[in-house]
Design a protein around this ligand. Structure first.
Ligand code: SF4
Ligand SMILES: [Zn+2]
Length: 130
């Protein structure tokens, strides 16, 4: 996936914002922990691509809450741990680096109740981890 390629979410403003937020957080993390002045290191590229893939497959689509509030938790355990580290580290930086994204994440998306898994998907998956 190309750098900053949010075009896959062109008609999904909520998903696009989520992709921009996770991308910004991984960039801050990479810059400060892996010394990347531009772009992402290999490991962080893998994490960002994985997060975008999960978003693309998210059964809640535009209704999704934040992943932290999700009842499904579709991330693989190792990736979930990595993304948690990123969020813990980059969260405080987001307030001044990306104030609008930070505001929307905390004041809007994080307060949205986690929806129930659509019945069709629940019967197929029972919780997904790829
Ligand atoms: S953790 Fe939940 S909200 Fe996040 S992408 Fe996976 S299914 Fe969607
Ligand atoms: Zn990195």
């Amino acid at each position: 996936m190309k750098r900053n390629d949010y075009s896959i979410f062109a008609n999904e403003p909520r998903m696009r914002r989520e992709a921009r937020t996770i991308d910004a957080m991984i960039r801050i993390y990479c810059q400060k922990n892996h010394g990347q002045a531009q772009g992402l290191c290999e490991g962080c590229t893998e994490l960002r691509d994985y997060a975008f893939l999960r978003l693309r497959k998210c059964p809640f689509g535009e209704e999704k809450s934040t992943c932290a509030n999700c009842r499904v938790h579709c991330y693989r355990p190792d990736m979930r741990e990595r993304v948690r580290d990123v969020m813990r580290f980059s969260g405080p930086h987001m307030v001044y680096r990306h104030p609008i994204l930070a505001f929307m994440h905390l004041a809007v998306d994080d307060r949205r109740p986690a929806p129930e898994l659509p019945k069709r998907v629940a019967s197929q998956s029972g919780g997904v981890s790829e």
